[in-house]
Each structure stands twice: as structure tokens, then as C-alpha cells.
Design a protein around this ligand. Structure first.
Ligand code: HT7
Ligand code: ZN
Length: 876
């Protein structure tokens, strides 16, 4: 299998001036005509051949300047087309015809037809499944696209840019022609055809351009697209106000499709979305769904500038668009919702997904230097760590400095395909700050660990804070260099205010940011009238692990009163993790569990603190998950012991806070209708968190059953169902509610996904059989990625006791599923397989059973390249 190296990058020998595509759509036979105006790049060798790539293609015609090419002039297989003796200087036109079968395309990459709708997914290397081309991000050209199809079945014919012609062909077919004036790479090409419903709105940009906004969804679902439309308009406005970015075409379209490998795709002017990230109404979508829809609609829209107007030179630069766009998306969510709550969610996500990736066999730098299959690099490292790196640049340069750098980036590189170095250079040139050391964040994998120790000299009013950094080795990278780490550090006085030292030495400090650049540095703070409590990494300013042996009283103080709510949450979470890991050790040693009354007090007091917003109180009240505890323990993990320990701690908190939880459940009852707005969502989150404890304290499914019956929205309904399924499995109420939900939402696949997931994540050995049984449910469709992820994906990634059954049956079942599904959809199986990437941290019995199944997969001959790459790296 080929490996692609960053060091091998070189420009193409030919330049493409424009391309005209003609699609004659047929369900089993679609013909694609491609007319490419091109010429040899000045300076390229006059006899270099033209080398296009394909993937599984069938050539149906090839002509140069209108004349068929003789076979001796070219060489063609399903995956490449090489043409010799092309003109040295003159421009020429190449015409290529290919035949493809959209119905047989189960990979959902290229042009595919499912549910009666033709749609495309070309990132990263899907365009080569449509026609032979330079399918690489640095080849930008102008596209004109003609679509011809049966009119009755496909009244809608869409592509990128502006509609320039529409015509009936008189034979039952019609034609639409689209022209996109912006040069773009092939991965941003899109086509949609079918019969869909639509909602329309308008947006006037800051310079007065009237833009038509359209969202296309399945018939009968149009009322559910309103929230996405609202999110789109807010995104457009926000990007103008915050970053000065304006939309550039007369129309912006979103199409929601039900079969999609990822979340969404930012094709120029024609975003294509997984329908679960568009469709929402109170009866079918949860508050988390609303938040996700808002974020992803914004993310894809923001790509119009960060990704489309300025794109990547090659796929190694993927984080240039993804990391930066995630950062823009995060800032948008923070401005639309509660900044600290949004930030805590980001921190939780990073720790749950990116840190394990960075500490496991699949670790790679934000900018990798080699890949076997680029699809496998759409990772949390490229996305979320990439976003954190941009956030750190903003922390170092300040909001103004960051904006100046980004403005320069847009000015300098508009229309270009660029590198991470080009990006960093803009910040250096705009601010005069040297980022050469900082750039290591892009090149070095692994999560740095910062160890802190401090001493306070009361007589001198001086605090010494020694910070050392260490990054553990990652595959292929043993020697790690110190990074440039901006750390926000707060000094809290005995009365809870922030203290400002008279002087700081030992390293640079800008505002409250310490610049940690060496492997060890001692910062000395002078002029402190009292011993401060140190709050390290406020706002999670750097994506690092902090090891600080801080007195418990300081930790309790931060947990109870720190003004930076991210740190406050982190202190509460840290205390909970400590109690839970000790409890797990006690369970494994056969000792009784110490459930720690201080933790219960902190959680209950925070949950009841009316000064704090409900969403934050809900975050504080929610104990770390079993997976979080396993990650904290890190090695020799026994999921059953974790489960028992967490249950004991949860139960103890429930008992000691019973009255408070009952009060919260009562007080937070929402009587005046549903609003998806963050404040209302926060109240529901707090009420449902309290309800889980109350049900536990009462040892009865009845409070949850009543909540289910009284629910007027999906958030409350699924929360109650989850409490029943997870805390009262096998009870009559649980069975009744599961049956009611299944029947009530028959014909609503996205809602039934929640039903699948709630059951797939029920702790315990019995769940495996239930998952197998649910695969036979009429609503389960093994060809649909959402269904597969909701049932099998959730079981493997979010059910530690069920999946990691000591007898290895969970692994066997999963491996069988992966092997059966790999030929059908390799992007999906490779991504799902990463659920097992941390198998090495399990206790020996499970670890070896897991390894045996991964080895069984690796031992198969005809694996997809995607899956082969993942399992090989996991076993290295
Ligand atoms: N840029 C998009 C990536 C994407 C993708 C990648 C591989 C296979 C299928 C895919 N669908 C979408 C999504 C984004 O980050 O905006
Ligand atoms: Zn993206």
C-alpha cells in the first residue's frame, strides 16, 4: 500500500484553466463528460506526461482538441490516466468520458444515489471516483456543470455557484447548468439531484449583497429546517462582525441527506449535510442536537473563507482549514451561548477524544508528515487540537493581534492553496512576534504534562512557581522538545479576589499569561501581601495535562469560589475523579468504598447555587463517566470495578442530596413552552441531572416514568428513558417506556437512533445480546452510517462494561461486524475501529482478547486501505 510523504510534494506539470462537466444522470449508469482547458506549467519539462488519477473508473472516451486520442498516446487503468506527447506551450482541451454507477456506490464517496437522491462527497479523494483529474487541493479551477436527468424523478438539479441555464429537453428529461466563478479544488465540487422540499430565506451582507438562502430536506420535513436556517443567518452575521468576512455568491444552499459518512461538507455554495445536523423540532431533537446543528451549520459556513477561499496546498495541511474553522466555530458558539459552559464542553471533548488519541497508537502531529489513507486523518488531533493551537496563538497575540494576523492571511492568500507556514507567517508579519518556537505545536505529537510546585515566602511576599514540561513519547517520536506554552495563571487572595504582583521574573508574562518555553522555569511573583491560591491553566489556555500537588484546601477553594468557571469546573471534576479512582481501587481490592462527603457537599452546593447559571450547575453535578474514570486510571483498567465504584459514589451523593434533588426537579419544571435557547436548555440539563440522582435516592423508576409521561420535548423524554434503561434495567416501567418510544417514533429514523443508543449503552454483559437483537429491528439499516453508529458504534465506544465483557464476546461481535461492513463502507469501518485504540490500557485478560480480535482483522487479506491502516497502526 502506498504511503504519501509531505517531503515529496511537488507542483503539477500542467495548469487547468477551466473545466466543463456534463452529467447525464442514470441510476445505474451515469455518464460524466469532462472538458478540460489546460496548458503546460511554465518551467515544467516539455515532455512530462499528464498524470491524472481515478478510482474504480471506466473510461468511455478520450479526445484531445476534439480528436479521439490514439491508444498509443495514453495509458489508462481504473485508477490512473497518463497521456504522453502533449503540447509544450500551447493551451489544449482534453475531453474525458467516464461511466459510473451511483447506485452501486455504497462507500458514499464520489457520486452516490441513496433514498432516491443523487449526491456527492468529494473530500478528500472522492472526485477521482467521478472522473480522471488532478484530484488534489492545490489545483484550483473554474467549474461549469451541466446536469441532465429525468425530470419527474429529479425536479431538483443542483451544483456549485450560480444557476445560468434551465431547460426542458422534451424527452422527459431536463437540464440545469451551474457556473461557479470562484476557482476551487475538486474536493469542493458538489452535485445534488432528486425530489426534495425546500425552505428559503434571505440575507443582506454588510456591503449590501442580497443572498438567497435555501435548505433542502426530505418532503414532510421542511418545518424541521427552521432552526438550521436561523443558525445560518446568525453565522453569516457573526462572521462579518467578528472577522470581517462576507459571503460572496448570490445563493447559499444546504442539502440534508440521510446517508452520509461524516457530519457535513462545505462544498462551495452547496453544503451537504448529514440530516441529523439539520433537522430539529422540540418533539424530535434534544438540546444537544440543537447546539450541534448550530455549531456545524456555522462551521461549514465559516469554511467559505477558511478552506474554500483559502485552501490547503496538500492534505498534510488539513488543520490549516479544519483547526482554524473549529476555532472559529467554538468562538461563535461561545458568543451565542454561555462562554464558560461552551469552553467546559470543549475541554471535556478534548480530554475524552483527543488526549487518548495523542497518547495512544494512533498519535500524530497536528500536521502529519505521512499518511497511507488521508480519510483516516480527519481526527480530533487535526480538528480539535488544531483549534487549540489557533486559540493559543490568539492568547499569545491578544484578540487584536490575532485579528490583524488573520486579516493579513485573508488579504495575502485569498484564492490560494497554502501551508501552515504561510498561516503562521501572517501572524508574525502582522505583529512582529516570532512564532518559530511556537510552531512546534504543529509538528510534535503528544500531550504535554506540566508539573507544578510552589513555595511562598511570607516575609518577602514572594511566590515561586516552578513549572516543568514533559511530553511522553509517541509512535516514531521518542525525543520531545519543550513547547512554547501560554498558561493563564490566576493568583487568588484569601478573600477570593485576584491578586496582581508588583513584579514577575523568570519568564515572560503578558496579562495573566505565563510563557512557558523551557523544560523547566521558575516564575517569581513579588509584592503579594498574602499567600495566594494558584489557579493554573485558567480557561484551559493550553491543551496540556497539569500535575500540581496542591493542598486539598486550595482545591476546594477553587472548586467552590474560583471566578474562572472553567477552572472551577475542572477543580470539581478533579475532586470527583480522585474520589472515583480511589473507589475503583477499593472495589478491586475488595475494600469498602469511601464515598467522600466533601465531594457530595461541593456537588450539591454548586447544583443549588442560584448565582450560577443552570447549565454550569448541571456540568458540575454530572459525575465523570466510566470512560473518563478509565482514562484517568490509564492502565490495567477494569471496567467492571469502575462501574461498581461509580455506582456507589453516585448512590451516596444521591442519598445525601435527596431533598435538594427533589427541590430542583420541582423548581425547574418548565411550564411556558419550549425554547431551544441556551438558558432554557441549561435548566433542562440541571433538572435531568437532578432527576437521575432523585430516582437513585428513591430506588424507584417512578420519578423517571412520570417525567417521561410528562415530557413535552425530546430532551426530557430521552433523559427519562435513559435513566430508566440505565438505572432500572429490566423494570416493568423501563420495558413499557422502551416499547412506547419505539412505537411512537416508528418512521422517524433519527429519533430511533436515540433509542438504539440508549439501549446499546446500558451497562452490563446482557447488552451484547440486546444489541444483536436490535440489529434485527425493522428500523435498523446496516447501510446507513447514522444507524450503524447509533447502535454498534455507541456500544463499542460508550459501553465500557458491555463491550469489554471479560469473555471477549463484545470484541468478537464488533470485529465480525467490522469485517462484514468493510467492503461496503471503508470510511465508516475505519473510523469505528478507533473505538478500540486504547485497548492496551485494559487489564491483561481483556487486553489480550481485544488484541486477538484486532489481529484477526489485520490477518484478513482483502481489507480496505482505510481499515488496514488503522489496525496496523493500532498493533504497532
Ligand atoms: N471538511 C469535511 C470533511 C468531510 C469528509 C472527509 C472524509 C470523508 C467524508 C467526509 N465528509 C466531510 C467536514 C468538515 O470538517 O467540515
Ligand atoms: Zn471542517
Amino acid at each position: 500500500d502506498r504511503i504519501v510523504y509531505l517531503k515529496d510534494y511537488r507542483q503539477t506539470d500542467f495548469i487547468i484553466e477551466s473545466v466543463d462537466l456534463v452529467f447525464e444522470l442514470g441510476e445505474e449508469l451515469t455518464t460524466v463528460g469532462s472538458q478540460i482547458r489546460m496548458k503546460r506549467r511554465p518551467g515544467a519539462s516539455p515532455d512530462a506526461p499528464l498524470e491524472f488519477v481515478g478510482d474504480g473508473l471506466q473510461l468511455a472516451g478520450l479526445a484531445l482538441d476534439g480528436k479521439p486520442l490514439l491508444p498509443e498516446r495514453y495509458e489508462c487503468t481504473s485508477d490512473h490516466l497518463t497521456i504522453n506527447d502533449l503540447p509544450a506551450d500551447d493551451a489544449f482541451t482534453l475531453t474525458i468520458k467516464t461511466n459510473i454507477n451511483p447506485t452501486a456506490n455504497t462507500q458514499l464517496l464520489g457520486l452516490y444515489r441513496t433514498n432516491g437522491v443523487y449526491s456527492t462527497q468529494c473530500e478528500a479523494e472522492g472526485f477521482r471516483r467521478i472522473t480522471y483529474f488532478y484530484d488534489r487541493p492545490d489545483v484550483l479551477t473554474v467549474y461549469t456543470v451541466t446536469i441532465i436527468a429525468d425530470k419527474a424523478k429529479n425536479p431538483l438539479l443542483l451544483s456549485n455557484g450560480n444557476l445560468v441555464e434551465e431547460r426542458d429537453l422534451g424527452d422527459g428529461r431536463h437540464l440545469a447548468k451551474w457556473h461557479d466563478p470562484f476557482r476551487k479544488p475538486s474536493y469542493l465540487f458538489a452535485l445534488v439531484a432528486g425530489d426534495l422540499a425546500m425552505i428559503e430565506d434571505r440575507f443582506t451582507t454588510m456591503s449590501g449583497r442580497a443572498v438567497t438562502l435555501r435548505i433542502y430536506v426530505e418532503h414532510g420535513k421542511a418545518e424541521r429546517a427552521g432552526y438550521a436556517m436561523d443558525a445560518l443567518k446568525r453565522s453569516m452575521k457573526w462572521d462579518e462582525e467578528r472577522f470581517g468576512r462576507e459571503y460572496d455568491l448570490d445563493i447559499f444552499m444546504i442539502v440534508a441527506v440521510s446517508d452520509f459518512n461524516m457530519g457535513a461538507m462545505e462544498n462551495k455554495g452547496l453544503n451537504i449535510f448529514n440530516d441529523r445536523l439539520i433537522l430539529a423540532d422540540p418533539e424530535t431533537a434534544t438540546d444537544d442536537d440543537y447546539a450541534r446543528i448550530e455549531a456545524v451549520v456555522a462551521h461549514e459556513y465559516f469554511h467559505n473563507w477558511t478552506g474554500n477561499r483559502i485552501t490547503c496546498r496538500d492534505w498534510f495541511q488539513l488543520s490549516l482549514k479544519e483547526g482554524l474553522t473549529v476555532f472559529r466555530e467554538h468562538e461563535f458558539s461561545a458568543d451565542q451561548r454561555s462562554r464558560p459552559v461552551v469552553r467546559v464542553d470543549e475541554v471535556k471533548f478534548l480530554r475524552a477524544h483527543q488526549f487518548p488519541e495523542d497518547g495512544g497508537p494512533l498519535a500524530h502531529p497536528v500536521r502529519p508528515t505521512q499518511y497511507m489513507e488521508i480519510d483516516n486523518f480527519y481526527t480530533t488531533t487535526v480538528y480539535e487540537k488544531g483549534s487549540e493551537v489557533s486559540r493559543m496563538i490568539a492568547t499569545l497575540l491578544g484578540e487584536d493581534g490575532f485579528r490583524k494576523g488573520l486579516d493579513l492571511f485573508f488579504d495575502r492568500h485569498d484564492g490560494g492553496a497554502v501551508t501552515i507556514e504561510d498561516y503562521l507567517k501572517c501572524f508574525e508579519d502582522a505583529t512582529g512576534r516570532d512564532l518559530s518556537h511556537f510552531a512546534l505545536w504543529y509538528h510534535q505529537a503528544g500531550t504535554p504534562v506540566i508539573a507544578a510546585r510552589s513555595s511562598y515566602d511570607a516575609a518577602e511576599g514572594r511566590l515561586e512557581l516552578t513549572l516543568s514540561q514533559h511530553t511522553p513519547p509517541t509512535p516514531g517520536e521518542n525525543d520531545k522538545k519543550p513547547l512554547y506554552i501560554p498558561l493563564r495563571v490566576g493568583l487568588i487572595s484569601p478573600n477570593g479576589d485576584d491578586m496582581e504582583p508588583s513584579a514577575v521574573s523568570g519568564g515572560e508574562r503578558t496579562g495573566d499569561v505565563l510563557h512557558l518555553t523551557e523544560s523547566e522555569q521558575t516564575f517569581v511573583f513579588e509584592g503579594l501581601g498574602a499567600k495566594p491560591t494558584i489557579s493554573l491553566n485558567r480557561d484551559f489556555s493550553a491543551p496540556v495535562r497539569v500535575r500540581f500537588d496542591q493542598p486539598r484546601e486550595d482545591r476546594l477553594k477553587i472548586a467552590g469560589a474560583e471566578s474562572d468557571l472553567v477552572e472551577r469546573w475542572d477543580a470539581i471534576n478533579g475532586l470527583a475523579l480522585e474520589v472515583l479512582t480511589h473507589a475503583t481501587a477499593a472495589v478491586r481490592a475488595g475494600r469498602s468504598v469511601d464515598t467522600d462527603s466533601a465531594l457530595a457537599s461541593i456537588l450539591i452546593e454548586t447544583a443549588e447555587d442560584g448565582e450560577l447559571e443552570p447549565a454550569f450547575r448541571a456540568l458540575a453535578l454530572t459525575l465523570p463517566s466510566e470512560l473518563d474514570i478509565g482514562r484517568e486510571i490509564g492502565e490495567d483498567v477494569d471496567p467492571d470495578a469502575i462501574h461498581l465504584a461509580r455506582k456507589a459514589v453516585f448512590s451516596a451523593i444521591a442519598n445525601s442530596g435527596r431533598a435538594s434533588f427533589a427541590r430542583l426537579v420541582e423548581e425547574l419544571r418548565e411550564d411556558n413552552g419550549f425554547s431551544p435557547e441556551a438558558g432554557s436548555a441549561g435548566r433542562r440539563a440541571l433538572r435531568n441531572a437532578a432527576l437521575a440522582y432523585l430516582a437513585e435516592a428513591e430506588k424507584s423508576p417512578l420519578p423517571a416514568r412520570q417525567a417521561y409521561d410528562a415530557a413535552t420535548n425530546m430532551t426530557d423524554m430521552i433523559a427519562a428513558l435513559r435513566i430508566l434503561a440505565h438505572q432500572f434495567p429490566g423494570s416493568a416501567e423501563t420495558s413499557a417506556v422502551l416499547a412506547d418510544f419505539r412505537q411512537r417514533f416508528d418512521g422517524e429514523p433519527l429519533v430511533l437512533d436515540k433509542w438504539f443508543t440508549a439501549q446499546a449503552t446500558v451497562p452490563g454483559e446482557a447488552t451484547l445480546d440486546r444489541v444483536a437483537e436490535l440489529m434485527g429491528d425493522a428500523a435498523f439499516d446496516e447501510g446507513n452510517p447514522n444507524r450503524v453508529r447509533a447502535l454498534i458504534g455507541a456500544f463499542a465506544s460508550s459501553n465500557p462494561t458491555g463491550f469489554n465483557r471479560p469473555d471477549g464476546a463484545g470484541y468478537r461481535f464488533f470485529a465480525n461486524f467490522i469485517l462484514a461492513t468493510d467492503p461496503r463502507n471503508a470510511t465508516l469501518t475505519a473510523r469505528m475501529m478507533t473505538a478500540m485504540r486504547s485497548f492496551q490500557s485494559l487489564e491483561a485478560g481483556r487486553r489480550e482478547k481485544a488484541r486477538a480480535e484486532i489481529e484477526r482483522i489485520a490477518g484478513q487479506e482483502d481489507l480496505s486501505r482505510n481499515l488496514r491502516d488503522i489496525v496496523n497502526r493500532m498493533l504497532k
